[in-house]
Design a binder for this molecule. Structure first.
Ligand SMILES: [Zn+2]
Length: 179
């Protein structure tokens, strides 16, 4: 609804306009992540998109793809973490911000702790499996050796609507996707 995937959903190499304040920057990147989510939806995947920003520039971007890749770990965040690690030639990703359209699950949140991501910004909460405050908060656990700053709510309505529309359509034709 209102978000069309385009041929230019990849935003790797982009920087946010310099005149934006932090809130504007967060919305700018989340809107890019929403384009990636729409790309996932176009591939019949749950619409989630993620990107990673380092020194003001997007260094990795990915859409959710577990079904098409036959890979249960191919969530948007994991794919973006892998791409960012390659880009920085480092298995740690300090001083980065990861933007994602839906609150990360426990697998992705765990990987973000391993990667030492500084800040995670997500659009809408996932009350069923969210591991960044909703069900668990792995990003800020006293038991783990790294904690990420968490910010949320940017473009939340757009993300929620994208997911609602997707699941409504999927309920209408479940055989096409679940067989
Ligand atoms: Zn995940």
């Amino acid at each position: 609804m209102g978000i069309k995937p385009t041929a230019q959903t990849s935003c790797v190499g982009l920087s946010a306009p310099p005149d934006l304040d932090q809130a504007g920057v967060d919305v700018f990147w989340m809107e890019k992540a929403l384009l990636l989510a729409a790309q996932a939806e176009a591939n019949n995947e749950v619409p989630v998109g993620a990107l990673i920003v380092y020194e003001g520039k997007c260094i990795a971007a990915a859409c959710n793809a577990p079904i098409s890749l036959n890979d249960p770990t191919a969530h948007a965040e994991i794919r973006a973490l892998r791409a960012a690690g390659h880009y920085l030639n480092n298995y740690r990703l300090p001083d980065t911000t990861l933007y994602v359209t839906l609150e990360p699950c426990s697998m992705c949140a765990g990987a973000m702790v391993h990667a030492r991501i500084a800040r995670v910004a997500f659009a809408s909460h996932d009350p069923r499996t969210g591991a960044c405050g909703s069900v668990y908060n792995l990003l800020q656990s006293e038991q783990l050796n790294h904690r990420c700053q968490i910010d949320y709510g940017f473009c939340a309505d757009k993300s929620t609507q994208l997911l609602k529309d997707f699941f409504r359509r999927r309920r209408m034709k479940p055989a096409a996707l679940d067989s």
